[in-house]
Design a protein around this ligand. Structure first.
Ligand SMILES: Nc1ncnc2c1ncn2[C@@H]1O[C@H](COP(=O)(O)OP(=O)(O)O)[C@@H](O)[C@H]1O
Ligand SMILES: [Mg+2]
Length: 312
């Protein structure tokens, strides 16, 4: 690859794409304000990096920044993470606990996977927007916070509003500035740029030094759709460093997906299934009817699966 590209590194976001560069210009302007930003983009497109950049560019940069992934917590835990709780608020609440809204006062909060937030909590978040007010879980004392909201989603909030699973008023509060992050496959030049960047990064670790990428590896990377975007590209380079040898990154060093093969998880599951079939046949001395019964399968299903796995 010798095509020379104009690469920029904007707060750790590396790119040669014109679309991305124009987003950076928007970001600089938006960051000066306190307007809430909704980052829209598929998994692995860099939403967390963008959120951090917005905070770092803002007047709030010296104040706290905290991120919360709304997809990973139960409603109760999320409430307590955001708003804190008082002692005895629920089973296990043995001490008073500060929430993120206590911690980020005058700073910024990043709510990742905002679409996952339950309706109950949506109402409480709206109140933070409207009155800058909230209560700890289990308390009637009103507390105040001054915070800038940055949030992210990979799905359309508008569709969720239409379904009745997301509050329209909250959507408008959150998406004063919507920003759309392009998929990696829509910024092809970045496949090259980021591959080289990640190779450089892993070369530093010293257990393999890659100096070039073979043509078939480039071809595969350039035509692959990258559903996991930059995260998946980085995984591939890490995979290559762990699997391959020598100074050339070969196609065989990349993940099975890049080679058009099934991912290993599926293969592993298939192996387990095959072992179960073999064991059931052995246990029942080759009697297929009994083997099928042992596995709780109908005879035709058992027969079809045996054929699929070449088990006789
Ligand atoms: N343009 C980029 N330059 C360098 N690293 C990137 C870039 N975009 C994403 N990454 C890296 O890829 C991974 C996924 O990015 P992240 O911001 O967590 O994506 P998202 O939040 O959209 O799922 C992280 O390790 C991040 O540092
Ligand atoms: Mg993320």
């Amino acid at each position: 690859m010798s095509r020379s590209l104009e690469i920029v590194n904007f707060h750790g976001i590396i790119t040669a794409s014109a679309k991305m560069k124009s987003l950076f210009e928007t970001l600089k302007r938006v960051s000066r304000t306190d307007s809430s930003v909704l980052l829209r983009g598929d998994s692995g497109t860099g939403k967390e990096l963008f959120a951090q950049a917005i905070h770092n560019l803002s007047r709030r940069r010296a104040k706290p920044y905290r991120a919360l992934n709304c997809a990973t917590l139960s409603e109760q835990l999320m409430s307590s993470e955001l708003f804190g709780h008082v002692k005895g608020a629920f089973t296990g609440a043995t001490h008073q606990h500060d929430g993120l809204f206590h911690v980020v006062n005058e700073g910024s909060i990043f709510l990742d996977e905002i679409a996952e937030i339950p309706l109950n909590l949506q109402a409480k978040l709206l109140r933070v927007f409207q009155e800058r007010a909230f209560n700890r879980v289990g308390s009637t004392k009103v507390e105040h916070v001054n915070v800038r909201f940055i949030s992210a989603t990979h799905t359309s909030l508008r569709n969720m509003v239409a379904d009745g699973t997301f509050r329209e008023d909250l959507m408008y509060r959150l998406r004063v500035i919507p920003l759309f992050l392009p998929k990696l496959s829509d910024r092809n030049e970045d496949i090259q740029v980021l591959t080289e960047k990640f190779i450089e990064e892993f070369n530093q670790l010293g257990y393999r030094t890659i100096e070039q990428v073979s043509k078939d590896a480039w071809d595969a990377m350039m035509s692959y759709p990258w559903p996991g975007n930059i995260r998946e590209l980085r995984n591939n380079i890490e995979h290559a460093f762990a699997i391959g040898l020598g100074d050339t990154l070969h196609l065989e060093d990349l993940t099975p997906e890049l080679q058009g093969k099934q991912p290993p998880e599926e293969t592993a599951l298939e192996n387990i299934e095959k072992e179960l079939l073999v064991k059931a046949l052995r246990d029942n001395h080759g009697n297929k009817g009994k083997a099928a019964e042992q596995l709780g399968m109908s005879r035709p299903t058992f027969w079809r699966k045996c054929k699929l796995h070449n088990v006789y």
